[in-house]
Design a protein around this ligand. Structure first.
Ligand SMILES: [Zn+2]
Length: 340
């Protein structure tokens, strides 16, 4: 699965694709009455709330096939119709499953999501379909053809890689974006049956269109990729990342009456995982600022930072990116933002 990892920074596709293959049947957990989470290793975590009047889903999975799988899991729990699909942000691993959902589902998202999709995802998808994956598959075929021993472990690994990527290639050709039916800038609140759902955009953090989904009756929040529980977070400058505001958002949320947090990636956790995400950024920022004051440049600072100092596994290639983004933000911003 070298290819998907190499190109993971494109972030259109998910980096955990191979893990799903090993697991095949992602399960669901009921974390509160009628509120379920699908720990979706094939993309961002999905939540769904079953009410008497229909089902509300948060995030759609990484590919059409993944979207269909999510729907089949939901259908195994309830035969109520899916009424709403809320998208936490525009990254492909959270929204490319849309085409697996029926057209009758009303999509709700931030008003910048469509523009972001057109600006970033569309071109990346085309590049992937037209060039990246086909040339990777051809390359694998050539390597396999040059091998004499078709029983060797090396050959079988390549063959497995080939089959997974071929399937993935077929799957992503069916990706079809649908513009949201309901969009908002700051807040959107609605009721379905006796459930209250509160959506809020806290401003830029992980992306400029990230929203929080609060299940008010349950004191549970789906926070999208504002929390990567126990792995390194994606921080992409072109996508409007703002770590200062990201930390501020997490610290504000800590004051709220929240029992459980559904992160974009990683396990569902208690409120503490908000703190852990915020602490990661703060401690890294403090270190960078200290080294900056000693006169070190960005490359020297990167060399002085060790990812093993952090108790995180996964997305290790993002560690340098995290440092760079924080360094740049510390350089342009006057706020000593780790102090709050
Ligand atoms: Zn994301």
């Amino acid at each position: 699965m070298k290819l998907l990892i190499t190109f993971s920074t494109l972030f259109l596709f998910n980096v955990f694709y191979i893990q799903l293959k090993a697991q095949e049947n992602p399960d669901y957990t009921e974390i509160s009455d009628n509120l379920y989470v699908i720990s979706n290793t094939d993309g961002g975590n999905v939540a769904f709330l079953v009410t008497k009047k229909g089902i509300v889903v948060v995030d759609a999975g990484a590919t059409p096939k993944n979207g269909k799988r999510i729907i089949s899991i939901i259908k195994s729990v309830s035969d109520k119709p899916i009424k709403y699909l809320i998208l936490t942000h525009f990254h492909g691993d959270h929204i490319n499953g849309i085409s697996g959902f029926p057209n009758s589902v009303k999509i709700i998202a931030h008003s910048s999501l469509t523009e972001n999709y057109k600006q970033f995802n569309e071109n990346n998808l085309k590049k992937y379909i037209d060039n990246v994956l086909p040339s990777y598959l051809v390359n694998l075929k050539l390597q396999m053809g040059s091998m004499k021993n078709k029983e060797s472990e090396e050959y079988l690994t390549l063959k497995n890689d080939y089959e997974i990527n071929q399937e993935y290639y077929n799957d992503i050709q069916n990706i079809k974006f649908r513009e949201p039916d309901i969009t908002f800038n700051d807040f959107y609140r609605f009721r379905i049956s006796d459930e209250r759902i509160m959506l809020e955009c806290p401003g830029p953090g992980h992306t400029n269109d990230n929203i929080l989904v609060k299940f008010s009756n349950h004191n549970i929040i789906h926070i999208g990729d504002l929390v990567f529980n126990k792995s390194f977070p994606y921080t992409i400058e072109e996508h409007g990342v703002d770590i200062y505001n990201w930390v501020k958002t997490l610290d504000d949320l800590k004051k709220e009456n929240i029992f459980t947090v559904i992160p974009g990636h990683g396990e569902v956790g208690p409120k503490l995982i908000l703190q852990e995400q915020s602490d990661y950024f703060k401690s890294l920022a403090q270190k960078i600022e200290r080294l900056k004051k000693q006169g070190l440049n960005l490359d020297q600072i990167i060399a002085k930072c060790d990812l093993n100092d952090y108790d995180l596994i996964g997305n290790e290639d993002q560690f340098k990116v995290n440092i760079t983004v924080i360094y740049n933000q510390l350089t342009t911003s006057k706020v000593e933002w780790w102090n709050f």
